[in-house]
Write a protein that binds this ligand. Sequence first.
Ligand SMILES: Cc1cc2nc3c(=O)[nH]c(=O)nc-3n(C[C@H](O)[C@H](O)[C@H](O)COP(=O)(O)OP(=O)(O)OC[C@H]3O[C@@H](n4cnc5c(N)ncnc54)[C@H](O)[C@@H]3O)c2cc1C
Length: 375
Amino acid sequence: MQRPCGILRHMVRTLSHPGSSYDTLVAGAGPAGITCALEAASNGSRVLIVDSSSLPRDKSCGGMLNEYSQSFLAPFGEMPPELVLEPTYVHFRYHDWDRSIRKPTELRFLNVSRPGFDDWLLRSLPDNVDVVSSAPVVGFEQDDREVRVRLKLADGEREVTCSTLVGADGARSAVRRQLGIGGVSTYVTLQDYCRIDGEIEPFFDCIYIRDIGDSFGYGYVVPKGDVAIVGAVFYPKTRRPHERQERFLEILRDRLPLGQSTKREASVALYLRSPQDVVPGQGRVLLAGEAGGFISPTSGEGISYAMNSGRLAGRAIAAAHNGTTPLSLFSEATADIRANIVRKLRWLPFMESDWGKYLAGFVPSFVVSRITKGL
Ligand SMILES: Cc1cc2nc3c(=O)[nH]c(=O)nc-3n(C[C@H](O)[C@H](O)[C@H](O)COP(=O)(O)OP(=O)(O)OC[C@H]3O[C@@H](n4cnc5c(N)ncnc54)[C@H](O)[C@@H]3O)c2cc1C
């Protein structure tokens, strides 16, 4: 069973009300926001992190940590073993369902509980970071000296000032929207948690099926203890995605021992199409993680991009001094990530085409493995 990590829950030190002035205010307590807060606070400055959800939050996710994601974990200390689910490691596998072709790759993921993972990251923040739960950023104004941020609290709105605001508020970033620098459309994602009634192979299967229609991007199955996450990614504006998800489950059950679904989650993920979708910020406002467009457009893998861009945003804030702004340092530091995303965007038309998905079935496994590594 995917454990909600009860031991870790309720241990986050959260305030019900923030102070009125901080060096840095981070909107969003996901991996981008937490990593940013940790780095920004490393010089002893005062940091506030707020989240619109009540914490610990439960982000819909496969909880698959690639090796690059794992490389960002050292500053958080040792990961509690109870966050890791069975099987501990799973390899990514391309699966053309209609032709029964499976191409295992060398890409290996650590299999974690996503709610527990985020909670653990949050609890690792130092004392100079204040954490406020259920407090969405609802607006802000910036000038040469500061940013005045409006938070919605249970008892009304409250203004907090800061030198730098970081929008790490995910795929539907309110901070980015208010900057007016281009919203990005989003995939619709659905995930079911199905009991495993038998043996299931220890792979992170990425499944292509033609029978569900053109709006179906791909699906995936990943075992998590005694449940399997069965997810599907639909193109923006897909109508009746729940019906399509039911069809997907029905087809899979013909060959996989998937029992009843105990939970279904609906969420969104960025549908990056152009290099302009990746934006580091504006003025005194930085954008990290999905809010800034930092996610793999080809694989939907986003935790490493969130932690990497969050870390660089926090470092830019801590390092800025007279003459350099956090934004100029952050833009420079994220140039490589943008180049990586631009390169991946070139693959997208091929990967999303019927012939691209078809051809992958003929490519030898070691080549699929090599290509997937670059994606
Ligand atoms: C179904 C699904 C499965 C996925 N599986 C994987 C996977 O297996 N591996 C992987 O690497 N990636 C996966 N991803 C992608 C990954 O989850 C995201 O890219 C990653 O969580 C982005 O991190 P983030 O910190 O930028 O944003 P998020 O994790 O989305 O965090 C943003 C936070 O901001 C908060 N927020 C929103 N609005 C406001 C506001 N106005 N004020 C304050 N707070 C606000 C939200 O409550 C949220 O807590 C998956 C995504 C989806 C949708």
